[in-house]
Design a protein around this ligand. Structure first.
Ligand code: AMP
Length: 193
């Protein structure tokens, strides 16, 4: 099973990705986490990404696309993966399509989590990350609307998008996601109860 989790910052992508990892026994690939790790390790990519991340704008596509390509080449991605926070622009989605084509793979579903802006701001302010102050939060929400939201239409045309209401209890949202997954996701649910 190969999935993309799409949604604004604070929609619960990371939380739901973790639950999907448990349920489907596939790995999570979070570009946000990988970039934060790269910054801690002070790698070339990490140093380049720093200023963009602090101000809440997207790190240049080339950097992120390379990180994801390298990650997908690792053995543990074979059974499947959940992309969390990638792609975030049409250019990244096109680069991903190319990569998938080269690998002979296809996405099974794109889960788009929808949550109203004011709820997102509240959730993000309650979280304590250096890029979670109100100015940067508003910036990140803007960036989402401008650069990432167009992906909903992009994936609508391929017919694999599932729009999920991200409001409510974490487990309820999770159940909505599981019900929306194509066959193998539901089969796996039946096996594990
Ligand atoms: P996240 O943890 O997904 O909210 O990401 C935190 C920050 O990392 C974002 O505000 C961006 O600056 C950067 N970032 C994460 N994923 C991407 C991506 N796919 N493309 C560009 N920048 C990204």
């Amino acid at each position: 099973m190969r999935l993309i989790l799409l949604g604004p910052p604070g929609a619960g992508k990371g939380t739901q990705a973790e639950k999907l990892v448990d349920r489907l026994s596939i790995i999570q690939i979070s570009t946000g986490d990988m970039l934060r790790q790269a910054r801690r390790d002070q790698t070339e990519a990490g140093k380049l990404a720093e200023d963009y991340m602090k101000s809440g704008v997207l790190v240049p596509d080339e950097i992120v696309v390379n990180i994801v390509r390298d990650r997908l080449n690792q053995e543990d991605c074979r059974p499947g993966y959940i992309l969390d926070g990638f792609p975030r622009s049409v250019e990244q989605a096109q680069a991903l399509d190319e990569t998938l084509k080269d690998r002979g793979e296809q996405m099974d579903a794109v889960i788009s989590l929808t949550v109203p802006d004011e709820e997102l701001v509240m959730r993000l302010l309650a979280r304590q990350r250096e890029d979670d102050n109100e100015t940067v939060i508003r910036k990140r929400l803007n960036v989402y609307t401008q650069q990432t939201e167009p992906l909903i239409d992009y994936y609508r045309s391929s017919g694999i998008i599932k729009e999920i209401d991200g409001l409510g209890d974490i487990n309820e949202v999770f159940d909505r996601i599981i019900s929306a997954l194509p066959q193998s996701g539901n089969a796996s649910q039946a096996q594990t109860g």
